[in-house]
Write a protein that binds this ligand. Structure first.
Ligand code: AMP
Length: 282
């Protein structure tokens, strides 16, 4: 496996593979890789002849008050994990390689970014859409792999690819969890031992929501209210949002009469965690 830092090196490598008739899968990440990321690399390795993983903590998707500086980084560990799962090239650019001095072009999206994380993090999806577009233009993959852990991001990327006619197949992969149910996340390292225990309230509350749905409840307000009260029972938890939205448009709905996404964002102490389920996956 190779690690490259420049756009021209990735391009050269991919061009070479293409000339040999090989297919290319791509897994964009911010690094500090865990088994959630590994599942995406596995999927790409299964579906494609070659796999590129990008490790880039994208400054553009963080607000000034967010955790850009403290975001965990460990490229040596990332290299080991990625290689063990069949990655062929890690693309690990510096911010200056991705954003030149005169950078003034952005990819933005309306509607799908108006709810959920788009409300709490107003510049986030502009940063995500811009960097993912750039990475797609650099790697030019056949397929790209995203986790359902970031469900709104997955919906936004799917929509962007359709709107902008990008010739890339987007694959959504299931959420990988710890044995006790906590969704794996690079940000879990911020949690103290006590907070780590409290963080279980996210997956527990969603499980309660799923039970209600399985028992036939279709009223979204009732489901949201039950999930909210489960989370509120945890003293260290502070809710950012609990919402049920249309699985494609990310707009709030009142009744479960179509495929939907139930998504939550909860602060455990200072750490903001997200989790969700799609009703079609219950
Ligand atoms: P990140 O490095 O957090 O930007 O995530 C990179 C990709 O890995 C995104 O598509 C995430 O949705 C995905 N991912 C992160 N955590 C998980 C998880 N626990 N299960 C599945 N995919 C994940």
């Amino acid at each position: 496996m190779k690690t490259v830092k420049t756009i021209s090196e990735v391009r050269e490598q991919v061009r070479k593979w293409r000339s040999e008739g090989l297919t290319v899968g791509f897994v964009p990440t911010m690094g500090y890789l865990h088994e959630g990321h590994a599942s995406l690399i596995d999927a790409s390795h299964r579906d494609n002849d070659r796999t590129v993983v990008s490790v880039f903590v994208n400054p553009m998707q963080f607000s000034p008050d967010e955790d850009l500086e403290s975001y965990p980084r460990d490229i040596e560990h990332d290299k080991e994990l990625a290689e063990a799962h069949g990655c062929d090239v890690i693309f690990n650019p510096e911010p200056s390689e991705m954003y030149g001095k005169n950078f003034t072009s952005f990819v933005d999206m309306t509607v799908l970014t108006e709810e959920l994380c788009g409300l709490s993090r107003p510049i986030h999806f502009r940063g995500v859409c811009t960097v993912v577009s750039k990475l797609f233009n650099i790697v030019k993959p056949d397929r790209a792999y995203f986790g359902k852990k970031d469900a709104q991001q997955l919906a936004v990327i799917r929509h962007m690819v359709e709107d902008l006619n990008m010739d890339i197949e987007i694959k959504g992969c299931p959420i990988v969890r710890e044995n006790d149910g906590l969704a794996k996340s690079s940000r879990n390292t911020y949690l103290s031992t006590t907070e780590r225990q409290s963080a279980l309230i996210l997956s527990r509350s969603l499980k309660r929501g799923q039970e209600l749905i399985k028992s036939g409840v279709k009223d979204c307000r009732e489901i949201v209210s039950e999930i909210t009260s489960v989370i509120d029972s945890e003293p260290l938890a502070r809710i950012d949002y609990v919402k049920i939205v249309d699985a494609e448009t990310m707009q709030q709905i009142e009744t479960l009469d179509r495929p939907a996404l139930c998504a939550i964002a909860v602060y455990i102490g200072k750490t903001r965690l997200i989790d969700n389920f799609f009703t079609e996956d219950i």
